[in-house]
Design a protein around this ligand. Structure first.
Ligand SMILES: [Cu+2]
Length: 471
């Protein structure tokens, strides 16, 4: 599908709407991203293909790639049976490009189009997905990677991306469409599936990733699942973590692994120092039962080098404003609800209702600061002064994990349960363990109304969302 003349004109014009500070240093050609229903062989060939919802007819959607400072231009063409949008997870973009229906734009109706055009201020690993009925649309396969290259990327032999996802398939390999009816998912850990894929392929049986002895791979992990948390362990290898949620961190050994909640990313440097012919399992260790996710298979080729590459691992920092906790405005944000959470009642659409009734009649089970909000309820929970420094304490008063995501900004993770976070990493999504308390800090430097929600999408749909106004 080609971009029409009208779209090109719209694209050219969109540049004028960008704030003066975001002057692009280059641009990518405008491209169309077509959302449609398709079929894909997710599971081994003895099973049928699965009906999936896709960008450009595949799961994951096309890997979009640009350089830091570029203007990205993408026309969403909606050929789905539902309205949709595209949200650019983690990108600090102008509010009108954020892809939240009824907050930053109108939903794009079936047959409609929408032009997204924005400058990419930060290098790193990001992703895109819908924000309309995302608990269904993401589960059905609508997501893809967005990679923003540094002006001078670190020296590696290969740059690879693993989009991790999770499906709930029946015996005929059909997605079980219980998105709105499953009260267990709503009140527990979300819609955890039974079929893990890497880049749209079932890998726990027979999934192989071929490597060459001696090579250094930059491996970008993206958790695109709607509920499943991944913590990968690489047998026989010691990857270095070089970025989290797109932003550089002090390179450090992965150790027991990085827990990636839905929406989160990690960039690893993997020095492949096995011998030709060797095989090593990559397993997920987050849940009590380990799950094989992939196997590294060393090709029968002469080693590329005899010892690990000596090229530097450190990435250049992104241009983020450093929050000053000493002069920050403090907020306490409490997340409540769910099974074994002890929440009795909550405010919902202006009324106080008992939690049983909320679950039964409204599909609502979670609150943020005592209020449960439905998908399109965007009355702001907080209004922040543009340029103010913020220090938020996120209280997970529930028995479940919640990856808490805020749009439009990146924050530093300062502490967990009162203990300083050793990395003070930048993030756009903070994974909160049950009963955990996490302090984050940021500068409210991006004006607009931004969503703030749990990225377990059944939780978001079940009330764990809010919006925050920066003005
Ligand atoms: Cu949650």
């Amino acid at each position: 599908m080609s971009v029409t003349r009208r779209q090109f004109i719209a694209t050219a014009g969109a540049g004028l709407l960008l704030p003066a500070c975001a002057v692009p240093t280059g641009s990518t050609p405008a491209r169309v991203l077509r959302a449609s229903v398709s079929r894909q062989q997710l599971v081994p060939p003895e099973y049928p293909q699965t009906e999936v919802w896709t960008y450009d007819s595949r799961v994951p959607g096309p890997l979009l790639r640009a350089r830091q400072g570029d203007l990205l231009r993408v026309v969403l063409a909606n050929a789905l049976p539902q309205a949709t949008t595209v949200h650019w997870h983690g990108i600090r973009l102008p509010n009108a490009m954020d892809g939240v229906p009824h907050l930053t734009q109108k939903p794009v109706a079936p047959g409609g189009e929408f032009l997204y055009a924005f400058v990419l201020p930060d290098a790193g690993t990001y992703w895109y997905h819908p924000h309309e009925r995302s608990h269904e649309q993401v589960a059905r396969g609508l997501y893809g990677a967005l990679i923003v290259d540094e002006a001078q990327p670190p020296e590696v032999d290969r740059d690879e991306t693993w989009v991790l996802s999770d499906w709930r398939l029946d015996k005929g390999a059909t997605e079980v469409a219980d998105y709105d009816s499953n009260r267990f998912d709503l009140t527990h850990g979300g819609r955890i599936g039974n079929t893990v894929t890497v880049n749209g392929r079932f890998t726990p049986v027979g999934g192989e990733f071929a490597v060459r002895s001696g090579e250094r791979i930059r491996l970008r992990l993206i958790n695109a699942a709607t509920a499943r948390i991944f913590r990968l362990k690489f047998d026989g290898h010691s990857p270095q973590v070089i970025a989290l949620d797109g932003h550089p961190v002090a390179p450090h050994a992965m150790g027991a692994g990085v827990a990636l909640g839905p929406g989160m990313r990690a960039d690893l440097m993997l020095d492949c120092m096995g011998k030709p012919g060797e095989r090593f399992v990559v397993a997920d260790t987050f849940y009590p039962r380990e799950l094989r996710v992939m196997e590294l298979v060393y090709r029968d080729e002469a080693p590329l080098r005899g010892k690990p590459s000596a090229a530097p691992l450190t990435l250049p920092p992104n241009p983020l404003s450093e929050p000053d906790p000493a002069r920050a405005q403090r907020q306490d944000i409490r997340f409540e609800g769910g099974a074994m959470g002890g929440l009795r009642e909550a405010e919902f659409e202006g009324r106080r209702l008992g939690i049983q009734q909320l679950v039964r009649e409204h599909g609502i089970a979670w609150t943020v600061n005592g209020v449960a909000r439905r998908e399109h309820d965007h009355r702001p929970m907080l209004t922040l002064k543009l340029g103010s420094h913020q220090l938020w304490t996120l209280h997970n008063d529930t028995a479940w994990h919640h990856p808490i995501h805020i749009h439009g900004i990146a924050f530093r993770i300062l502490s967990r349960n009162g203990k300083p976070a050793p990395l003070r990493e930048w993030a756009d999504t903070a994974l909160l363990a049950p009963r955990e308390r996490v302090e984050i800090a940021f500068v409210a430097d991006n004006p607009g109304d931004w969503m703030f929600h749990c990225h377990v999408l059944a939780h978001q749909q079940g009330g764990m969302m809010a919006s925050v106004r920066i003005q």
